[in-house]
Design a protein around this ligand. Structure first.
Ligand code: S3P
Length: 429
């Protein structure tokens, strides 16, 4: 149980840990490249370390120097070895889904599993199209639920329209496409994060994007390269929202990734009346980064729906906290995907904020909030979901008194050191 006390404001300059999505991909793609991939700013959090562990089990040497930089000794697209043990993805959907795409291209059989939460999350969205490409996959509920056994090789390219916008599913199919005869074409209903496309292109893959369609053809090799991972906007989000809701606050978060497929939260908060500025904008490894400077200002309600959802999917719980302190009625729609994340995030955030005194009601694909109520101390549950734990912690900053958050350790999945960083910028009440 973590105890969080209310504060007056937050102030200061900070950096947040490396981007989770990009960190996973540096290790995965580096393992498939020819030669050494050097990674700076890698996110040393549980999820990404699961990816490291899985590739080590497939014979890839991965060095972690001084506890922060990573060297991956890639063995080429066909250099992975059959793992002698079960591959364990822990809580990490990105590890499991992207790895399934890579394993679909291997001629050996492997088995992958996760923790209780991951083994309940839908995998058919990946295994169905991978089967169409030729992979053999077995698992409960017709290969919808891990543990999953997969044997690949001899893939053929397909054209596949994703039923939901998902970067994990898109990436799994593109990775399988590296090994497939002909072209693999993935069409999304809305654009999701495009780190896979940018990084594979940078490594020499023949991959092209045209609006919501991405096409890749079989590759002979990927070039090893150095990566510098930007700060994670999904982690910065907690500090941005805290700054917006606490009068007198002012922060600058340095070197954050501001790829437009990830910045939906900034667009929404700006529309709500936030004062956010991007400074020192530049490109690193094809990814835009900037310093995000935020000043407190009163928020007004908004409606979040449609094609912006994939651009802020992981930030919806903390945007709910912004909605609780905004004037008017905030509505989130078209976000049913939240039900199949690390927890049912609609239920978890609604329950937590309600317990703290907010007016918030669940709907079939989101929630409705009537903003402006004062919150009170409570004991709330993160349901083992890192993003719920940290979102509730942000709400707790506005409470006069102490909020208890259960199952706090889950923050280590994406943001070890979150509580310490929050302490640093807190201006005590
Ligand atoms: C991710 C994609 C998103 C996101 C997750 C990370 C990725 O999941 O929620 O935290 O790294 O590709 P979906 O693809 O399921 O939307």
């Amino acid at each position: 149980m973590m105890k969080i006390s209310g504060v007056n404001s937050i102030r200061g300059e900070l950096t947040v840990p490396g981007d989770k999505s990009i960190s996973h991909r540096t290790v995965m793609f580096g393992s498939l490249a020819d030669g050494i991939t050097e990674i700076k700013g890698f996110l040393m959090a549980e999820d990404c370390l699961r990816t490291v562990d899985c590739f080590r089990k497939m014979g890839i040497e991965i060095e972690i120097t001084c506890g922060k930089d990573v060297l991956v000794h890639g063995k080429g697209l066909y250099g992975l070895k059959k793992p002698q043990e079960l591959l364990y993805a822990g809580n990490s959907g990105t590890t499991m889904r992207l790895l399934l795409g890579i394993l679909a291209g291997q001629s050996f059989e492997a088995e992958i599993t996760g923790d209780n939460s991951l083994n309940k999350r839908p995998m058919a969205r990946v295994t169905t199209p991978l089967r169409l490409m030729g992979a053999e996959i077995e698992g409960r509920d017709d290969a919808n639920l891990a543990p999953l056994k997969i044997k690949g090789g001899q893939l053929k390219g397909i054209e596949y329209t994703l039923p939901v916008a998902s970067a994990q599913v898109k990436s799994a199919l593109l990775l399988a496409g590296l090994y497939a005869r002909g072209e693999t074409r993935v069409i999304e209903p809305y654009r999701s994060r495009n780190h896979t496309e940018l990084m594979l292109k940078h490594m020499g893959a023949n991959i092209n994007t045209d609006d919501k369609t991405v096409t890749i053809v079989r590759a002979n090799k990927l070039k090893a390269t150095a990566f510098c991972v930007p700060g994670d906007i999904s982690s910065a989000a907690y500090f941005i929202v805290a700054c917006c809701i606490l009068p007198g606050s002012s922060i600058t978060i340095k070197d954050v990734g501001v790829n437009s497929t990830r910045t939906g939260i900034l667009d929404v908060l700006n529309e709500m009346g936030a004062r956010i500025e991007l400074k020192n904008k530049r490109l690193k490894n094809g990814e835009p980064i900037a310093d995000i400077s935020v000043q407190h200002s009163p928020l007004k309600s908004t409606v979040i729906q449609g094609d912006i959802i994939p651009r802020l999917i992981d930030e919806i719980p903390v945007l709910a906290v912004a909605g609780v302190f905004a004037q008017g009625t905030t509505v989130v729609k078209d976000a049913a995907e939240l039900k199949v994340k690390e927890s049912n995030r609609i239920k978890s955030i609604v329950e937590g904020l309600k317990k703290m005194g907010a007016w918030i009601e669940e709907t079939s694909d989101g929630f409705v909030i009537r903003g402006g109520r004062e919150l009170h101390p409570a004991e709330v549950d993160s349901y083992g979901d890192h993003r719920i734990a940290m979102s509730l912690a942000v709400a707790a900053l506005k409470v006069r008194g102490v909020t208890g958050i259960k199952d706090w350790e889950c923050v280590n999945v994406s943001f070890p050191g979150f509580a310490e960083l929050l302490d640093k910028v807190k201006q005590k009440a």
